[in-house]
Design a protein around this ligand. Structure first.
Ligand code: FAD
Length: 308
């Protein structure tokens, strides 16, 4: 069964988060250098609304632009933000040379007084990005920004149903999203089901599976709690009972490879690897997937053509 677009080479991308201190910065620079050797389509940089974390994201984006060949995909969250501050940030991204933005609502702040505001859902941020883009048509040489959004193989924790999430994805496409990256998931059929349901509902944009090589139960639990989903008991048991770090590494890589292979069998147009700022698991995953690509292939994916 084919549920995606398989004609073009698959896209390859990674997620990084801004380092919290100097030691972490050194480690991430090594990981960036290692990931660069694989010619990814783009490297996404997570974002958080607090001023210090925001600056750290901007610094990482600037580093990627100034010192590497990597194209950054800037995550941006809108909940609790003012129109003006979002406009300024989008303009700043454009002036730095960013051409791809992942438009997100962001997690709700703990203080209910702070949240929602003018931009309660990601859809409104997409519309704002398109407005700012129109104002910067000259700077973009008439081109457009690539706008990605989040998609959910497992129901979003605040959503009444999985079907509602699919409608929200359709609404985000209609507001101007070019593609979607999925939240983490642990069973291959969850991606298949999402893509089938989305296509039935009329979603046409590429839906990229987001996978992660997990090498510890602590990380699995943390990630599941951040995403608001249950940690996979089979993976948790395997990681818990493994006898060594190298065995845990292998278990995490194998699980990610299995998910990505099944997604490719179902026609996934690429894969997005959540790296946790550690290149080793991700490089092993793409090695096993035989994803190392020639430069020519890397420049011919849907992502490059969509100017992500
Ligand atoms: P939305 O699409 O706006 O959906 C949010 C909720 O509102 C959902 O429950 C949806 O069903 C509901 N909803 C949407 N529209 C409507 C409507 N019109 N009426 C009623 N209900 C509606 N978070 C960060 O803080 N920083 C990051 O860098 C970051 N990166 C991420 C990257 C990826 C690939 C993914 C999948 C998630 C990321 N997140 C990040 C987490 C994300 O911010 C949260 O999952 C957040 O809770 C929802 O964001 P969203 O963009 O999906 O929101």
């Amino acid at each position: 069964m084919s549920i995606g677009t398989t004609a073009a080479p698959p896209s390859l991308s990674y997620e990084l988060y801004p380092p919290a201190n100097r030691d972490a910065a050194e480690a991430i620079f090594n990981s960036i250098a290692a990931l660069e050797t694989t010619d990814p389509d783009y490297v996404s940089v997570t974002y958080s609304g607090s001023p210090a974390r925001r600056n750290a994201s901007l610094e990482l984006i600037e580093h990627l632009i100034q010192n590497t060949r990597l194209r950054p995909l800037a995550h941006l969250t809108c909940v609790g933000e003012s129109r003006e501050s979002l406009q300024n940030l989008i303009r700043h991204f454009v002036s730095l040379g960013v051409r791809g933005v992942l438009a997100l609502r962001g997690d709700l702040p703990t203080d209910p007084e702070d949240w929602r505001g003018e931009f309660p859902f990601a859809r409104y941020l997409i519309e704002l990005i398109r407005e700012v883009e129109a104002d910067h048509s000259a700077a973009l040489a008439g081109g457009r920004l690539g706008v990605g959004v989040a998609a959910y193989p497992i129901r979003h924790p605040e959503s009444p149903s999985f079907e509602h999430d699919v409608e929200v994805l359709l609404a985000k496409e209609r507001s101007g999203a070019n593609y979607a990256i999925t939240q983490v998931y642990f069973r291959a059929n969850e991606y298949t089901n999402l893509v089938e349901s989305a296509r039935r509902a009329g979603v046409t944009i590429p839906i990229i599976p987001g996978v992660i090589p997990l090498n510890s139960v602590r990380r699995l639990n943390r990630l599941a709690s951040m995403a608001g989903i249950a940690p996979d008991p089979i993976l948790a048991h395997a990681l818990e009972t493994a006898g060594s770090d190298s065995e845990r590494h292998r278990i995490g890589v194998d699980a990610a490879v299995t998910l990505a292979r099944r997604a490719f069998d179902d026609g996934a147009p690429g894969v997005h690897l959540y790296t946790f700022n550690d290149h080793r698991g991700s490089l092993d995953v793409i090695e096993q997937l035989e994803l190392p690509r020639t430069r020519a292939q890397a420049s011919n994916t849907w992502a490059t053509r969509a100017a992500v």
